[in-house]
Design a protein around this ligand. Structure first.
Ligand SMILES: O=C(O)CCC(=O)C(=O)O
Ligand SMILES: [Fe+2]
Length: 228
């Protein structure tokens, strides 16, 4: 079933280069795929490590809630067990999700060879309610410079994509809509980025999410596989 749902992915209205190595794929996921991701998200959220808002080292809690697959992320490192939640081991990253990431990469870079070699080992799945935001940051807790592949479902957000030097401008604001993919690698892999706002009620109700926004990012941690 999953195989059929995710085979020969070639939807969407094209690709847009936002910065060198940063590619927006509008409408890349079908409605059926978005609905499937919403159902998976619901299962993952009530899995062995329930979804939670991480607490930053300074004590402040993030407004975004997160559930992790493959590796658990807490500010600012990866572990197999969620020591900051309930010490349980996170779920494995499903095979079909890695495949989906490779297909998005192939489309973004028009390079099937590079995509074939892409082996993400973690997915960070974020949930934004109407008021949640994510400050400008770099994704740099991975020990690899392999691209990040991002999928969005639910309400539209303003995604701010900056530069590798500073947290401030210049940056490009992109609206990520339900079903969009966004890939950042190469010269953009360590660009600052963030989500300054969600547009409540903006989602196509057929996506399957009643309110809020799900964002899923695939990454390569570069960490050694430990025995299960
Ligand atoms: O929600 C998004 O689109 C971006 C999420 C993000 O930057 C992250 O999880 O590191
Ligand atoms: Fe990020």
């Amino acid at each position: 079933m999953m195989e059929a749902l995710f085979r020969d992915q070639d939807a969407g209205s094209g690709r847009r280069l936002v910065a060198p190595g940063a590619v927006h794929l509008p409408g890349w996921l079908s409605l059926a795929q978005q609905q499937f991701l919403v159902r998976q998200f619901e299962d993952w959220s009530s899995g062995p490590v329930p979804i939670r808002a991480a607490r930053l080292p300074g004590g402040r809690q993030m407004s975004v809630r997160m559930v992790c697959l493959g590796w658990h992320w807490q500010p600012y490192r990866y572990t197999r067990e969620a020591a900051d939640v309930n010490a349980a081991r996170v779920l494995e990253l499903p095979e079909w999700l890695g495949d989906l990431g490779r297909q998005a990469l192939a489309k973004a870079y028009e390079d099937p060879g590079a995509a074939e070699a892409y082996r993400p080992d973690v997915a960070l799945v974020n949930f934004y309610d109407d008021a949640a935001t994510m400050g400008m940051h770099q994704d740099r807790d991975e020990r690899s410079d392999a691209p990040v592949v991002s999928f969005s479902v639910g309400d539209t957000c303003r995604f701010r994509f900056g530069n590798t030097e500073t947290r401030t401008g210049p940056y490009t604001d992109v609206e990520l809509v339900s079903g969009d993919a966004f890939v950042f690698g190469g010269p953009s892999r360590f660009a600052y980025h963030g989500v300054p706002r969600i547009f409540p009620g903006s989602a196509d109700p057929r996506c399957g999410l009643r309110s809020g926004r799900i964002n899923l990012t695939l990454r390569v941690t570069g960490l050694p596989r430990s025995p299960s």
